[in-house]
Design a protein around this ligand. Structure first.
Ligand SMILES: C[S@@+](CC[C@H](N)C(=O)[O-])C[C@H]1O[C@@H](n2cnc3c(N)ncnc32)[C@H](O)[C@@H]1O
Length: 277
C-alpha cells in the first residue's frame, strides 16, 4: 500500500493499530489496508463491532454535554483516538466556544491527524503520550498552557482502560490523575465488558481472541471492577451501567435491550472538599 500523505513516515504500515481499527468501525478514512483486513475479519466474528463503537461515541457526547452544563469547560481526553464526527471539541465548543480540550493518544497516526484538524483551533492541543505515564501527561507544556488544573477539569478515558492490565495497576494510575485534579472535576469511563449478557458469547470470545492475536491484549472487566475505578469520586446517577442506558438522550440512544454489549459507562465527580476517610 502506498503511504497516504497523512501517515507519519515512521509508522509501520504492516502493523494494525487500535486507533485505526476503531476509526474504521466508526466509518473514518484514516486506516491502512492491514487495519481494514483485521477489522473486516472481526466484523465476520462480531457483526456488532461498528454499533459498539458508535454507542461509545454517543456516550462520550452525552458526557461532554453534561460537563459543560455543569460549568466545566476544560477537557482532558486520554486515549482520544482519531477524531471523527462528534469528537470532544466539536461537542464542547458547540455548547460553549470557550471550552478548552487537550487530547492524548499513544498512536502517532491519531496524534498527527488530530494536530492537523486542530491547527486553527487555539483552544485545543494534542499530546502523544502513554496513559501509564500520568506525571508526563500532567506536566506537558501543551496541557499546562491550556488547562488550569486549579479549576475543575473533565478527565475522559473512553474505551481505553481495557488496554491497561491489572499488573499495570489501573487503579493506582487513576488515583495519580485524580490527585492532580481540582475538586468539582469530572471523570468519565467507558470500558469493555466481559459479560455475555448482551452479546452471544461466541461473538465476544472469537472477536477478542482475533483482536489479541492481531492487535493488542484486552482486559475486559466486570461492572463492579469498573465501579472500583471511581474510588475517590462520587458517582453521578445512574452509576456504572451499560453505555446505551447511561442518561440516554431523546432520539439518540433509546434504552434498547437489543443494543449489544458495548461496555459499561459511568461518570464520577471529585468532591470539592477533603472529607475525613
Ligand atoms: C478504542 S479507541 C477509543 C478512541 C476514543 N476514546 C473513542 O471513544 O472514540 C482506544 C484509543 O486508546 C489509545 N490507547 C491505547 N493504549 C493507550 C495508552 N497506553 N495511552 C494512550 N492511549 C492509548 C489507542 O491508540 C486508541 O486511539
Amino acid at each position: 500500500m502506498k503511504r497516504p500523505s497523512w501517515a507519519p513516515l515512521d509508522v509501520d504500515m504492516n502493523q494494525p493499530s487500535i486507533a485505526r481499527i476503531w476509526d474504521w468501525f466508526l466509518g473514518g478514512a484514516h486506516n491502512f489496508a492491514v487495519d481494514r483486513q483485521v477489522a473486516e475479519e472481526m466484523l465476520q466474528l462480531m457483526p456488532e463491532g461498528p454499533q459498539m463503537a458508535h454507542i461509545n461515541r454517543m456516550f462520550l457526547r452525552r458526557v461532554v454535554q453534561l460537563c459543560v452544563a455543569e460549568g466545566v469547560t476544560q477537557f482532558l481526553d486520554i486515549g482520544s483516538g482519531i477524531p471523527t464526527v462528534g469528537n470532544v471539541h466539536e461537542t464542547a465548543q458547540q455548547a460553549d466556544p470557550e471550552c478548552r480540550v487537550v487530547y492524548v493518544d499513544i498512536d502517532p497516526v491519531a496524534v498527527a491527524h488530530t494536530r492537523r484538524l486542530l491547527a486553527d483551533n487555539p483552544r485545543c492541543a494534542v499530546i502523544q503520550a502513554d496513559l501509564r505515564e500520568p506525571e508526563e501527561i500532567l506536566a506537558a507544556p501543551e496541557l499546562r498552557d491550556l488547562l488550569d488544573l486549579d479549576r475543575p477539569v473533565a478527565l475522559l478515558m473512553i474505551a481505553v482502560l481495557h488496554f491497561v492490565h491489572d499488573e499495570e495497576d489501573p487503579l493506582g494510575l487513576i488515583a495519580r490523575y485524580r490527585d492532580a485534579l481540582a475538586g468539582g472535576s469530572f471523570f468519565a469511563i467507558a470500558h469493555g465488558s466481559r459479560s455475555t449478557e448482551r452479546m452471544p458469547s461466541e461473538h465476544l470470545y472469537a472477536a477478542r481472541s482475533k483482536y489479541e492475536r492481531s492487535v493488542a491484549q484486552v482486559s475486559l472487566r466486570s461492572q463492579p471492577e469498573v465501579e472500583a475505578m471511581f474510588a475517590g469520586f462520587d458517582l453521578v446517577s445512574p452509576s456504572v451501567v451499560w453505555l446505551p442506558v447511561w442518561r440516554p438522550a431523546n432520539g439518540e440512544t433509546p434504552e434498547d435491550s437489543a443494543a449489544p454489549n458495548a461496555g459499561y459507562g459511568g461518570v464520577g465527580r471529585k468532591p470539592r472538599t477533603n472529607r475525613p476517610q
